[in-house]
Ligand binder design. Sequence first.
Ligand code: SF4
Length: 213
Amino acid sequence: MTAENERFKSYNVVPGPKMGVVTPEFLETIAAVARKHGIPMLKITEAQRLAMLGHDPEQVAQIWQELGQEGGPRKPVGIHYIKACPGERWCKYGRRDSLGLGEKMGPALLSLPLPAKTKVGISGCPMNCCESFVRDLGVFGKKNGWTLVFGGNGGGLPRIGNIIAENLNDEEVISLAERCLRYYGANARKLERTARFMERTDLEKFKAAVLVG
Ligand code: SF4
């Protein structure tokens, strides 16, 4: 591999956006900074974010400053982002406000200490465009409320998550998500994803621990 190719593989800045929602101003800023620094690749990621790829490590601090964001190393594990579909605000099939729930969930979940990478997907209806059944924590909307799914994975060893509860309102689904994650955090092995954890966990015992009332 050439030194040039190594450079392209080694450094990136991922300035957002949250849940894939952008404004013209955000895109204009990205374009201006990318042009100025000769960034060779802008990539929309699976996580609904936009990655600036292929710049030199010495450029990182300046790029973050010009983007008006704080950079710094990413936390190695836990929840890095919440993925959400357009939901009832923007999609004719939407039954629930997935973007609104994502905004509300962020403060409760993003800082939780967790043993492994944890992906979250929120879909506004049972068509599940955010693949809620194959996310560590999945949520999807139906007419009577949110359904919460836990322990899914879409990677090399896929797993369909378990439905933990249905017909939840916003506050109930956020609270239950936090209890599921805290139970997982307290009982999983280091770097054990939720899918593998749920495979060796008794589902009824898990539900008894996280469902209240
Ligand atoms: S999951 Fe439903 S609401 Fe969300 S984008 Fe897909 S069809 Fe629309």
